[in-house]
Design a protein around this ligand. Structure first.
Ligand code: 13P
Length: 185
C-alpha cells in the first residue's frame, strides 16, 4: 500500500463517491488520477470509485513502474494527457446521455447556456490505435473529450474541476436528449 497525502486521498474519495452517486459510472467503472511529480496517483484497475480507500490507489512513475495495486487500464492515456497538457487531474467516467450522443456525431455542441459557457464544443474520438494521442491532443484546448460509445475524459487543475466539466457535459447531453424526444413526439 502507498501513502497518499491526506488531502489528495480525500479528493479521490469525495469525487469518486459523487461520480458513482450521480450515476456517471457503474459500481466498478471509471478512473481518476492526480499528477504527482514525477508521475501520478491513479486508481487501481477494477476499483469501486464510490468506495475508495488508500489501498486502491497506485503510484505510477514516468518509466511505467508502479507501487500499490495494479494501476488502471487507462494509465497510459492519463500519462499522455499529463505529458501534453497542463492538467493536474484527470477523470474518466461513463455519462450515459453523452455516450448515446457520441454514436451519432463527431462533435457535440451543447445547446444550453451552461454547456455553451463552459464547454463550447466536445469532440468525439473514434476508438482505435491512436485514441490516446488524439484524446490527449484535443484536451490541450478542450476541457472534456468523448470516446465514441465508451465514455468521457475530463481534465482539471483538481479532480473537483474535472468533475465539474463531466457533470456539465452530462447535463447538456441530457437536455439535448429531452429536446430531441420532444421534437419527435
Ligand atoms: P479501470 O478499472 O482499469 O480503470 O477501467 C475502468 C474503465 O472504465 C475503463 O474504461
Amino acid at each position: 500500500m502507498v501513502n497518499v497525502p491526506a488531502g489528495v486521498m480525500r479528493e479521490f474519495q469525495e469525487v469518486g463517491r459523487d461520480l458513482y452517486q450521480l450515476a456517471l459510472v457503474t459500481s466498478h467503472g471509471g478512473n481518476l488520477s492526480v499528477r504527482e511529480q514525477p508521475g501520478m496517483w491513479i486508481t487501481g484497475t477494477g476499483t469501486m470509485l464510490g468506495r475508495l480507500a488508500e489501498r486502491h490507489i497506485s503510484r505510477v512513475f514516468p518509466d511505467g513502474r508502479s507501487e500499490g495495486p495494479q494501476p488502471s487500464s487507462d494509465t497510459v492515456l492519463h500519462h499522455t494527457i499529463y505529458a501534453v497538457t497542463g492538467a493536474n487531474a484527470v477523470v474518466h467516467a461513463h455519462p450515459r446521455h453523452a455516450i448515446a450522443l457520441s454514436f451519432e456525431t463527431d462533435k457535440f455542441v451543447p445547446g444550453d447556456f451552461e454547456g455553451q459557457l463552459h464547454l463550447t464544443d466536445v469532440p468525439v474520438v473514434a476508438a482505435g490505435p491512436r485514441q490516446s494521442e488524439q484524446i490527449a491532443a484535443l484536451l490541450e484546448s478542450r476541457l472534456v473529450v468523448l470516446l465514441r460509445g465508451h465514455g468521457a475524459y475530463a481534465r482539471g487543475k483538481t479532480l473537483w474541476e474535472a468533475l465539474h466539466w463531466l457533470t456539465a457535459l452530462e447535463e447538456s447531453a441530457q437536455i439535448e436528449a429531452i429536446r430531441r424526444s420532444r421534437r419527435q413526439s
